[in-house]
Design a protein around this ligand. Structure first.
Ligand code: AMP
Ligand code: GLY
Length: 430
């Protein structure tokens, strides 16, 4: 069976790598892919946002399953397009339809859903340009820090943690009046700041039954000690010591089960991964956000721990048998370190030649993100360039391997955080 993975990051490289291990997958295509996914069948010529062109490709190459990596394709309705086409509707799409993708596509929709189904989350209210005055009044009543979020997709940049009223006012002004995030910020959510430690929880679901995947912790800031600007994510660890049985039981009962009940009541047609961004507030889970896809770099840490056949998991989703699916997970710790171009998440230079990949030990996985191959030379072509993942019996062992491999891969300006896992203590809790 031929499978198509949509996206071009290390997440998609990891998904393709995992699927290609399945005896049921014949050819794994990645569109548009990167230099790393060329080990499969990179199809850079396809414009993934042109659904007609993509559909034609899928039909021509006899694709039977499509796994959608990034959220924008889902919010744009890639699944709906395939489902509505006579020629494409037989393709099993991993990723929800547009209506359900609004759980990520609109913070207001997400918050209203959470509130309606009594799922713990920060107190909030939504405002538009027309209710700017009310937004300012509401802001005045908040304690600080307070959180201001652009409603729509803003590639992780639409969240401002305002330390005081002035900062909050400036954020409201920039989003609602000056349209700093374009349409994404024409509506905003103001919410209470949650004090705690974050964890990313993942399920694969058909909207009724689900499989709980390994959890992970993401390191979002560019600088060591969680300082500096937010990025797409600079590293990940799985498992997360504090996400123990007691905590995960609360997550199931208070978050996952009511979420699935809500999806059914709202008649949301879901098939795919749901990534629940949680804050652990004194041992209790609060939802920060839903994402309707896997996380990046979390995927690069969790897929190497999953021993089950990913294709068969997708088949179980299709057959509505996820409820009895037994996931096999490697108990070891996986650590992922991201190598980025110097200057990221702001401006950076592309086109620098990369060396040292041959010095990476065989048991360390290197997933490509912003790479390209030009005239036989491997060049950096994006902000995040590689995700390096190692497994170990302890977090320290895994980190030592991942950091050594990260050090071995070089190009001018290459940067990585050497302190991934710094906040997780010495040994993981067994
Ligand atoms: P989001 O785009 O919703 O994931 O938000 C980006 C990041 O902002 C999150 O990963 C958190 O670190 C932080 N954040 C968002 N909402 C809150 C909140 N209510 N309290 C504290 N931190 C938050
Ligand atoms: N690592 C966070 C995300 O994928 O949104």
């Amino acid at each position: 069976m031929n499978v198509l993975v949509i996206g071009s990051g290390a997440r998609e490289h990891a998904i393709a790598w995992k699927l290609s291990q399945s005896e049921f997958c014949d050819q794994v295509f990645v569109a548009p892919g990167n230099a790393g996914t060329a080990e499969f069948h990179t199809t850079a010529a396809v414009d993934i946002h042109d659904f007609e062109e993509l559909g034609k490709f899928a039909a021509d190459f006899n694709i039977m399953m499509m796994v959608v990596g990034p959220e924008n394709s889902l919010v744009e309705g890639i699944h709906d397009y395939f489902a509505q086409s006579e020629y494409l509707k037989h393709i099993l799409v991993i990723g929800p339809k547009k209506a359900a993708a609004m759980l990520e596509g609109s913070k207001d929709y997400c918050k209203a859903f959470l509130q309606k189904y009594n799922i713990p989350t920060a107190r909030y209210q939504a405002f538009t340009e027309d209710t700017f005055k009310e937004a300012v009044e509401y802001l005045k009543q908040q304690s600080f820090p307070a959180v201001i979020k652009a409603d729509g997709l803003a590639a992780g940049k639409g969240v401002i943690i305002a330390q005081d009223y002035e900062e909050g006012f400036d954020a409201l002004d920039a989003m609602l009046r000056n349209k700093r995030f374009g349409n994404a910020g024409s509506k905003v959510v103001i919410e209470e700041y949650l004090q705690g430690i974050e964890v990313s929880v993942f399920i694969l679901t058909d909207g009724k039954e689900y499989v709980l995947l390994p959890e992970a912790k993401d390191y979002k800031r560019i600088g060591e000690g969680d300082s500096g600007l937010n990025t797409g994510g600079m590293g990940a660890i799985s498992p997360v010591p504090f996400a123990d049985e007691v905590f995960m039981q609360k997550v199931k009962e208070r978050v996952i089960e009511p979420t699935l009940r809500g999806m059914q009541e709202e008649q949301l047609d879901y098939s795919g991964f749901l990534f629940i961004g949680l804050m652990n507030v004194n041992g209790d889970p609060y939802v920060i956000e839903y994402n309707v896809r896997l996380g990046d770099p979390e995927t690069e840490a969790i897929l190497p721990r999953i021993q089950s056949d990913l294709f068969m998991m997708f088949k179980a989703l299709h057959d509505h048998t996820l409820g009895e699916y037994q996931l096999e997970v490697d108990p070891r710790t996986a650590t992922t370190v991201i190598l980025a171009s110097g200057g990221y998440p702001e401006g950076y230079e592309k086109g620098k030649e990369i060396s040292g990949l041959e010095n990476v030990p065989k048991d360390v996985m290197v997933f490509h993100a912003g790479t390209s191959m030009v005239n036989g030379k491997l060049l950096n072509n994006g902000g995040r360039v590689f995700a390096v993942t190692a497994l170990g019996d302890t977090m320290e062992e895994a980190l030592a391997k991942a950091n050594a491999a990260a050090e071995a891969i070089t190009w001018q300006g290459r940067y990585y955080r050497r302190d991934i896992g710094f906040d997780l203590g010495k040994e993981r809790v067994q």
